[in-house]
Design a protein around this ligand. Structure first.
Ligand SMILES: [Zn+2]
Ligand SMILES: [Zn+2]
Length: 259
């Protein structure tokens, strides 16, 4: 899917030229990807942090929480303990690994931006591939006891997850998910803009999956092929269904779907 430019995408071309002209050194920084991933995750969690705080005093917000024993929103203490764990694992595992991968890869920045259509197709293709790889890996994490105990069990300490818990996993699991996301974009030879958009949306969907709320404006209400937070929360409480992170077709096909 290597881009060869499209004059019909002047907005993207302007954006891309601005990025290449002024930010090339920053983009080539080996630490950029991991730092951005951490900051993006924290920023995307911020609205849910506010929602959880509001939910402690506002009945209407609590009504949006996913039923079936969700209980009250997580406390400030639970948020801060989770933040420290995620920060520690990013500093000790994700940052060194992402830096090494970036140094080995030394990405080239093409002259042309992708067309809007190319951007859309590449991002959707990345999600479909990532969703399939995640489904297979997640299924194995649950079916092989050694893998579950040593890699995945830590993430399942949250029977009722909350936004920040999307990245609250063992170092091995965080590294495996990083590899799955990066290899999905690399296998499809995406344009760097498509790859960046995929990683941003991937962070957002992971946060939304774990947020604990079935919000009226949630994406899965608009796009029924997405499972959303109810789908993933059912996985956290039952652990024997809903292995795919975003789409539901693999769980339907393999008989592991639970509504
Ligand atoms: Zn989860
Ligand atoms: Zn699981």
């Amino acid at each position: 899917m290597e881009n060869r430019g499209d004059p019909a995408a002047p907005v993207l071309q302007e954006l891309w030229e601005w990025v290449r002209a002024g930010q090339e050194e920053v983009l080539r920084s080996p630490h950029l990807a991991a730092c951005c991933a951490f900051l993006t995750h924290v920023l995307l969690c911020a609205p849910f942090f506010a929602l959880d705080a509001l939910g402690r005093v506002c009945e209407r917000v609590r009504m949006w929480r996913i039923a079936a024993g969700s209980g009250p929103p997580p406390s400030l203490r639970r948020w801060s303990e989770c933040f420290c764990r995620v920060l520690f694992r990013y500093l000790t595992a994700v940052l060194p690994a992402a830096t090494l991968l970036q140094l080995l890869r030394s990405p080239e920045l093409p002259e042309w931006a992708p067309s809007c259509w190319q951007l859309f197709v590449e991002v959707v293709a990345c999600f479909l591939l990532f969703d399939m790889l995640f489904f297979l890996w997640h299924y194995l994490l649950h079916r092989i006891p050694w893998l579950y105990r040593n890699v995945h069990q830590m993430h399942h300490q949250h029977h009722v997850p909350f936004a920040l818990a999307a990245q609250d996993a063992s170092s091995a699991e965080l590294l495996s998910l990083l590899l799955l996301a990066l290899s999905s974009a690399w296998a499809l030879d995406c344009h760097p803009l498509s790859e960046t958009l995929f990683h941003l949306l991937n962070s957002w969907l992971a946060v939304e999956d774990h947020c604990g709320y079935n919000l009226p404006w949630a994406l899965h209400r608009l796009l029924p092929f997405l499972g959303g937070a109810p789908h993933h929360q059912a996985h956290h409480s039952q652990q024997s269904s809903n292995y795919a992170p975003y789409f539901t077709h693999w769980d339907h096909l393999c008989g592991t779907y639970h509504s």
